[in-house]
Design a protein around this ligand. Structure first.
Ligand code: SIN
Length: 308
């Protein structure tokens, strides 16, 4: 029998009694789905699973990403599995050695951001290397009504070049990452299709708001990012080897804390669910009947200039 034990007030619950290497009954799947909607981050300890099992489990929550937008460290045989590791291969640094080290929500720099992510810990450093999750429902709900009304009408430009440490992965990887992922536009507030709650959708990979200048956008982005990751909105996961952790990217931001000895291994495999929502590229005009203003050519030009 499955049990659900909350781990934090903001988010997080431990599911005991699940064996993710085996097919799940409809009943257990229902318990897990309900717990995911309520707790946003689920931890399944002591799982002995293969990459194929991880894919099979993740598919219960929808179609999976093939990581075509970041094909740098996929599993050699399974495109749906990304290897997040600091282990070197033939003396070369892994292209994912410093992944996720600023507050973000997975694949928000693509037009179809990931719905959920499932991460399996195979090796962890002796200290550090935690993952922090911030509840973006609470971040939105604790804004003043006037600020809520303002951000409700905003759209953010998400830019892969703001991934922390991207340039350190090497000039070819950084250039290819940016080529595959030109800036995209998403609403600053998203309505979660299952909970019906609004969540702030602004994080450290947002460069600017559509229709606001860069000077106007920057302090607001900084305020919203700082506000959303206040300690009262955060659950910090201390990893044990063989933990599977799944989270909802539609209502959380997260951060991989880089506070560990780089000579010790941190080795994880990950799947991400294809998003249930599609944004648009900066250059793309909105349909004629859309309510919000289109991103201007000046913004696209501004971003290009910033990158030069
Ligand atoms: C991620 O950002 O998806 C990975 C988080 C982690 O490695 O802790």
């Amino acid at each position: 029998m499955l049990t659900v034990e909350p781990l934090g007030y903001a988010c997080g619950a431990r599911i005991a009694g699940a064996d993710l290497s085996k097919p799940l009954s409809d009943h257990d799947l229902g318990v897990i789905k309900a717990a995911w909607t309520k707790h946003l981050v689920l931890v399944f300890p002591k799982q002995q699973i293969t990459p194929v099992d991880l894919v099979a489990f993740s598919r219960h929550f929808g179609e999976l990403e093939d990581y075509a937008s970041q094909p740098f460290n996929r599993h050699p045989d399974i495109n749906e599995v990304m290897v997040l590791t600091n282990k070197r291969t033939n003396g070369k640094a892994s292209p994912t050695y410093n992944a996720g080290q600023n507050w973000h929500t997975d694949l928000s720099y693509t037009i179809r951001p990931a719905k959920g992510t499932t991460l399996y810990c195979l090796e962890r450093p002796s200290v550090g290397g935690d993952t922090m999750f911030a509840n973006m429902y609470l971040a939105y709900e604790t804004l003043s009504p006037k600020m809520q009304a303002f951000v409700d009408g905003l759209e953010g430009i998400h830019d892969a070049s703001l991934i922390q440490g991207l340039e350190k992965r090497g000039p070819e990887i950084a250039a290819e990452y940016k080529r595959l992922n030109p800036p995209v536009i998403h609403p600053a507030v998203r309505l979660h299709p299952e909970s019906g709650r609004k969540a702030l959708y602004v994080n450290e990979r947002v460069r600017q708001f559509v229709g606001l200048s860069e000077a106007e956008s920057k302090p607001l982005i900084r305020f919203l990012c700082d506000h959303s990751v206040a300690s009262r909105f955060v659950y910090r996961h201390y990893w044990s080897v063989k933990d599977v952790v799944m989270w909802d990217n539609r209502c959380l931001t997260h951060l991989a804390v880089g506070d560990y000895d780089p000579n010790e291994s941190r080795h994880m495999i990950r799947t991400s669910g294809k998003g249930d929502y599609v944004g648009r590229r900066v250059e793309t005009e909105r349909p004629q009947n859309a309510a919000r203003p289109a991103a201007s050519a000046e913004i696209a030009a501004g971003i290009a200039a910033l990158r030069d």
